[in-house]
Design a protein around this ligand. Structure first.
Ligand SMILES: *Cc1c(COP(=O)(O)O)cnc(C)c1O
Length: 360
């Protein structure tokens, strides 16, 4: 056996051991059919059952009824930066965006290719270390939608209170989807790549409310139209069958654990351990995010010097803590604590942080 590791990768990221073991067990012979799920048609009843139960589990965990359609698409979160305005932002209309980091900037760049973009608020002035305050009046009433990024994976900030607005709320939840309870009904469209919190890379989830779906353009290519995939139950073309199967197993794992209430409590406890350690050593570890904007998923912090940051990344890796080197936009360290990370992982990292400080 190799050394026990704690996987703090930002994405693709840690998956529940139980899910990987189940996938391993079923890999060669899926439910007695004598073949792998990777080898069968997406038109079989076996795959249909995977598609349907993944959809039902999403609705159940999020408390959504069938006025929301669930789409399993390819292309990653980045494809949604373009697909969203392609469907919903006509040339002569405005969409409003909040600029809270690299991913939001990329979404804004694509939207500008289709129509007018209004930036209602930005955190760029302080290297995206906070979630800007947003009043309803900052969002023009004729915006086709307001786009926000619920968790800023790179900078380590997260929305903890969502803006109340009269226009449809659209959210990139790539890195914190299903990590906590939310009033999901307040959103008209939610999207995210699976690989941060709920599965492997290769499938992107789009959850869209019927009234917004009805507004999608018919002047765009069939494959990019949300209506196509909604009408065909995500079976218009071959979906990423294996990633969707793993997502289904992850959702079952979440449900077995007790659903979002339990997941949220565990995520709360995990981030507390690390932020408390930063707080108790505030002359050595410097959190990047302002306190009220701190992410529970990605914790970003600096050390007194770049040399110490290098050493922390190197020594932690040698001790079995993987993926802690921060993104170059912030520097320092980033610890990602997605759903599958056990509390023990956060506690062991906190111990390592204390020890590193004493010896360096
Ligand atoms: C990772 C990430 C993306 C990009 O996802 P891809 O699947 O790589 O295209 C978009 N938004 C957020 C918030 C992310 O964390």
């Amino acid at each position: 056996m190799s050394q026990k590791v704690y996987n703090f990768n930002a994405g693709p990221a840690i998956l529940p051991k139980e899910v990987l073991l189940k996938a391993q067990k079923e890999l060669l012979d899926y439910h007695g059919i004598g073949m792998s799920v990777m080898e069968i048609s997406h038109r079989t009843k076996e795959y249909e059952e995977i598609n349907d139960s993944a959809t039902a589990l999403f609705r159940e965990l999020m408390g959504l009824d069938d006025s929301y359609k669930l789409l399993f698409l390819g292309g990653g979160g980045s494809t949604q930066f373009a697909m969203l305005p392609m469907n919903l932002l006509p040339k002569d209309r405005t969409a409003t965006y909040v600029e809270t980091g690299t991913w939001a900037e990329k979404a804004i760049k694509e939207a500008k290719r289709f129509g007018t973009v209004h930036i209602a608020a930005s955190s760029k002035d302080k290297n995206h270390s906070y979630i800007p305050k947003l009043n309803g009046s900052d969002v023009p009433a004729d915006s086709v939608y307001l786009h926000i990024t619920s968790n800023n994976t790179i900078f380590g900030t997260q929305w903890h209170e969502f803006p109340k607005v009269a226009v449809p709320l659209v959210c990139d939840m790539s890195s914190d989807i299903l990590s906590r309870r939310l009033n999901f009904k307040d959103f008209s469209l939610i999207y995210g790549g699976a690989q941060k919190n709920i599965g492997p890379a290769g499938v992107t989830i789009v959850i869209i409310k019927d009234d917004l779906l009805a507004m999608c353009s018919d002047a765009i290519p069939t494959i990019f139209n949300y209506k196509t995939h909604a009408a065909e139950n995500s079976l218009y073309n071959t979906p990423p069958v294996f990633p969707i199967y793993i997502v289904k197993l992850v959702l079952e794992w979440m449900k077995e654990k007790g659903g979002l209430a339990v997941i949220e409590e565990q995520n709360r406890a995990k981030q507390e351990v690390i932020y408390d350690t930063i707080g108790q050593n505030s002359d050595y570890y410097f959190g990047h995010a302002q306190k009220d904007s701190r992410s529970w998923m990605n914790i970003t912090f600096r050390l007194p010097t770049a040399v110490l940051e290098e050493k922390f990344a190197k020594d932690s890796k040698a001790a079995g803590f993987i993926g802690l080197k921060g993104h170059r936009s912030v520097g320092g360290i980033r610890a990602s604590l997605y759903n599958a990370m056990p509390l023990e992982g956060a506690e062991k990292l906190a111990e390592f942080m204390q020890k590193f400080r004493r010896t360096n």
